[in-house]
Design a protein around this ligand. Sequence first.
Ligand code: 3PG
Ligand code: MG
Length: 376
Amino acid sequence: MRVPQLEDLGDITGKNVLLRADFNVPIHNGRIADDLRIRAALPTIEWLVNHGANVTACSHLGRPKGKPDPQYSMEPVREHLATLAPSVGLLENLRFNAGEEKNDPAFVKELIAGFDLYVNDAFGASHRAHASIVGPPQFLPSAAGRLLAKEVEVLTGLRAQPKRPFVAILGGAKVSDKLGVIDALLDIVDSLIIGGGMCFTFLKAQGYSIGSSLCENDMVDKCAQLLASGKSIHLPSDIVALGPGGKIGDPSAGGDVRQLGVNIPDGWMGLDIGPGTAAEFSDVILDARTVLWNGPMGVFEDPRFEAGTRTVAQAVAETKGFSVIGGGDSASAVKQFGYDDKVDWVSTGGGASLELIEQGDLPGLVALRNASNAPA
Ligand code: 3PG
Ligand code: MG
């Protein structure tokens, strides 16, 4: 079975459509800091409305613990959606009900009551086997929205036939979170660039001293194996580090900031790749025909440690290759540095894009393929 598309819903005039979107947007002091995920659902909403459907959207927001919590109210999203798509209703945060994350059949029934059709456009949540993602297609004719379809096309395309050289850049704090995707990527890329907090576990595996930098000691052997695999893995050759007494995110607390090689003294903490590394990484990125980036190179929220991420963002924006940002913090970084319009695809899903690249499928896609109206 194929994943059913909007056209596979048949005549939707006058039908009540439940639209699962991922409106899990960053909200600071009650205001939406970035509405990308809301705007990204508009093509699907417009298609449904223009074809005569009554659309009700639903989403999770943040991680409330299965009961109502005003901190995670959908109200800011509802107000914004009303300006973009006035006819579309929005249910309250799905995770206010414990049945959502537990995929409780009773909650699925409650959710679909009164609806004729279901559309999943929540790419960013389609790696979760939650009630609103995998439940409705068991009971209602269903389809992937335009965003979900496009995300799947772009990201599975990276696995299937990337133009070469294909370079992936991974950052972020933990090797353990990304081990699966590292293994999968090493099979399909020509080079893997590693920066961010997780590079220190690799540097330790190479025998360097890493001071007080982030390290997952139980991952050091695994990193050594990956490095011995003969695959092309690029690691930093210099580091920007914060000295004893310094505080991340608080320059006024003092503490020296220095550029170091890959041996970091006791008490010092590596928080960004150095300028030499940023230049080396840029050369590799600029030569690529396909680029995938997930995870910042350093703690870019602190201006003292943003340069590495900024330089990599610039290279990803300027490469002639097809460039994809795998959601999450790297999507925020390209936006913060003003390069979001210059990359070819900014995924709306962090965890979802990595899982799709790693597994080649997602629970939300499996559910759609099993819907009664899925084409053979
Ligand atoms: C995300 O922002 O990663 C998605 O909306 C999924 O949210 P979750 O990680 O809380 O399941
Ligand atoms: Mg997540």
